[in-house]
Design a protein around this ligand. Structure first.
Ligand SMILES: O=C(O)[C@H](O)[C@@H](O)[C@H](O)[C@H](O)COP(=O)(O)O
Length: 242
């Protein structure tokens, strides 16, 4: 599904409503809400809104379990860290127990070893089926999502739920949920807006099928719901009516 909003304020409010509604439903049903946060800049407005007094009181944060969709393998204090961004914009401002937060970076383990540990944590907290209640994603201007970058071996990964690899163009390790795990989720929301995403969004949604070039085309939930939450600027090349 594609939702095209007039502006990013409306998109942010809709994303917050999705987060809150999904959380309430999951907590009512399973007494917990499992969510994977996205990195990048797209979720910052959403985080700030969820952290605001009016919004944060709508969620029972003691029952929220936070993972990440991907992380740059850099120290927590590094400005490129998705963990740092999430704490600064959301997690430091809501009453979520520290033990409910599963950082996707370790100061001691290797990226590969930690990926194995992270998968075990997902099995323990999310469940043996690995079905997250909500996975938030962004999309790069090259069509990548999480750390599923074009023409990387991880795009073909069909068994592991989490993996780490050295991303040459960025000269850094990345750790990421894989497409098979992401596609298990009950809800996947891709927050992608702004002029820079116009061409990638068109190619992902209406271009030739070419997931090696546009990895966001791998998003195809087996049982859950997928929504691209976008704005007029990013959607301006889309021809179909949504
Ligand atoms: O670690 C990351 O970089 C992200 O998880 C990545 O997948 C991000 O969502 C896109 O690159 C979009 O980034 P922006 O939101 O900054 O445009």
């Amino acid at each position: 599904m594609i939702q095209i909003f007039e502006n990013t304020q409306q998109l942010t409010e809709a994303a917050a409503a999705l987060f809150i509604d999904t959380a309430k439903e999951a907590i009512a049903k399973n007494n917990k809400f499992t969510v994977a946060l996205t990195g990048g800049s797209s979720p910052i407005a959403l985080h700030n809104l969820l952290a605001s007094a009016d919004y944060q009181q709508m969620i029972d944060w003691k029952k929220v379990y936070v993972f990440w969709g991907d992380e740059r393998w850099v120290p927590f204090e590094d400005d490129r860290s998705n963990t740092k961004m999430a704490f600064e914009t959301l997690l430091n401002h809501v009453p979520i127990p520290e033990e409910n937060i599963y950082n996707m970076y370790s100061e001691t383990a290797s990226p590969e070893a930690y990926a194995t540990q992270y998968e075990a944590d997902i099995k323990k907290v999310v469940g043996e089926d690995g079905v997250f209640d909500l996975i938030l994603l962004g999309m790069g201007d090259d069509g990548h999502t999480a750390s599923l970058f074009p023409h990387t071996a991880i795009l073909a990964e069909d068994k592991k739920w989490v993996d780490a690899y050295y991303l040459e163009p960025q000269s850094m390790y990345r750790i990421t949920l894989t497409a098979p795990l992401i596609n298990k989720a009950k809800n996947i929301a891709v927050l992608t807006f702004g002029d820079k995403k116009t061409d990638a969004l068109y190619e992902v949604l209406e271009g030739e099928r070419n997931p090696q070039e546009y990895p966001s085309q791998l998003l195809a939930p087996s049982h859950g719901k997928l929504v691209f939450m976008t704005d007029q600027a990013a959607a301006k090349r889309l021809k179909k009516s949504y």
